[in-house]
Design a protein around this ligand. Structure first.
Ligand SMILES: Cc1cc2nc3c(=O)[nH]c(=O)nc-3n(C[C@H](O)[C@H](O)[C@H](O)COP(=O)(O)O)c2cc1C
Length: 181
């Protein structure tokens, strides 16, 4: 059986964030044949759009951009664990997406939101951006505070395990389809 390399992005960078808990929970649900790694945007620590040329040129001069590009290119697919901030998603995630361009095209990317109301606003806005950069967007479940997790980041029994497993199924199918194309 083929092994697929999937990066799970922690897209929040606050000192007291719970993003790592959500990403860890998602990673533990990976099926056999999926090799998962956590990508922490706080550790990636990109500057805000500091390249002289636009990312669409692919002319990267900063070591941080080159390293980010190489890191993303190493994955067959991604899952983004995204919180809702003021009905949207974190600026650090937008910067991480905007810092690259061609790397996102045709890359299967699943979204798992967390917030009040399952982070529906964040997932919707992020979905529009992923469409724009021509990723293969795969909608995963959202986790709601009070039902699926606590505001302190404890994952509860009602958390959508089947939804995340279904997202992995979609990802594997998308990666296979891409390989066959
Ligand atoms: C600046 C900010 C804005 C927020 N706005 C929303 C919101 O619009 N909707 C929501 O459901 N939760 C909102 N929250 C609550 C976050 O979803 C919650 O704090 C979550 O834990 C943030 O993810 P993090 O801990 O990984 O940073 C907001 C939190 C912050 C820090």
């Amino acid at each position: 059986m083929s092994s697929y390399k999937i990066g799970i992005i922690v897209s929040s960078s606050r000192p007291t964030r719970i993003g790592p808990n959500v990403a860890q929970w998602v990673s533990e649900l990976a099926p056999y044949g999926c090799e998962v790694e956590i990508i922490d945007l706080a550790a990636v620590n990109l500057p805000f759009l500091a390249e002289p040329e636009q990312p669409a040129t692919g002319n990267y001069t900063l070591p941080s951009t080159v390293a980010w590009s190489e890191q993303i290119r190493a994955y067959d697919a991604l899952i983004i664990a995204v919180p809702e901030y003021n009905a949207g998603y974190p600026a650090v995630l937008k910067n991480a997406i905007d810092s690259l361009h061609a790397e996102w095209a045709d890359l299967p990317i699943g979204v798992v939101g967390y917030g009040w109301g399952a982070a529906a606003g964040a997932a919707r806005q992020l979905g529009e951006v992923l469409d724009r950069v021509k990723a293969v967007r795969l909608d995963g479940p959202g986790l709601s505070f009070g039902q699926d997790l606590t505001p302190e980041g404890e994952i509860l029994d009602a958390a959508p395990v089947d939804g995340v497993r279904g997202l992995y199924d979609q990802i594997v199918a998308a990666v296979r389809e891409k390989a066959a194309a």
